[in-house]
Design a protein around this ligand. Structure first.
Ligand SMILES: [Zn+2]
Length: 210
């Protein structure tokens, strides 16, 4: 796809790096090289961002790469790859950043599952706030959490037919699975910037997936 105008908002280098490594894992080196070529980011071929938390990777660049993933694989194929990349991003980076939380500690294990979910979601939120000055809001009612992102690095500057910030869906799924020691939740996205909404909203049922 065409390059998007720069946003002036930045994603941490290592989250961008892990996203590209995870995509390389599922698409192969040739696949990810073709993707970066299509996205007009040849400078990243064999030269992924450095492994540090400096916020230097423009949202527009990440969004453009994900847009090209849609172009290459279609919405459905792209969704599968991006979800896997999102889960891997959590597993490889945020989990370590959140090492202040010992999910195997007795007192943590004994907590109600909804309490653990609150910890997991706020862990993702805190990491993004620190690294991108982008503050997600987390609200809840009796049956669901809503994780809401005002400045989204995944769909920045693009228009999509449906909400499709699957990397973030994957990140949230990964976080919830980790804090609950393996429980799966059906995280879904119901609004997106790329569909004209003011925020990208993710809905998380408090009941685990059956
Ligand atoms: Zn988005």
């Amino acid at each position: 796809m065409e390059s998007l105008p720069k946003s002036g908002l930045y994603y941490p280098n290592n989250l961008a790096r892990i996203t590209l490594l995870a995509l390389e894992d599922v698409m192969g080196t040739n696949g990810v090289n073709a993707l970066l070529n299509l996205a007009n980011h040849r400078e990243l071929i064999g030269n992924f961002p450095p492994d540090n938390m400096e916020a230097q990777f423009d949202f527009a660049d990440l969004s453009g790469i994900i847009g090209s993933l849609d172009d290459m694989y279609g919405a459905r194929g792209s969704r599968v790859l991006a979800l896997r990349a999102g889960i891997a991003t959590f597993d490889e980076t945020l989990k370590n950043i959140g090492e202040a939380v010992d999910v195997k500690d007795e007192s943590f294990v004994a907590m109600p599952i909804v309490e653990k979910m609150r910890v997991g979601l706020s862990l993702v939120g805190i990491t993004f706030t620190q690294s991108t000055k982008n503050i997600p809001t987390i609200s809840e009612d009796d049956s669901h959490f809503i994780y809401s992102v005002a400045y989204c690095p995944i769909c920045w500057g693009r228009t999509t037919a449906e909400p499709s910030c699957h990397i973030l869906t994957g990140l949230l799924k990964g976080a919830l699975k980790w804090v609950t020691q393996g429980t799966e939740f059906n995280v879904s996205q119901n609004t997106a910037h790329s569909c004209g909404a003011p925020t990208c909203d993710f809905i998380i049922p408090k009941e685990p997936a059956s």
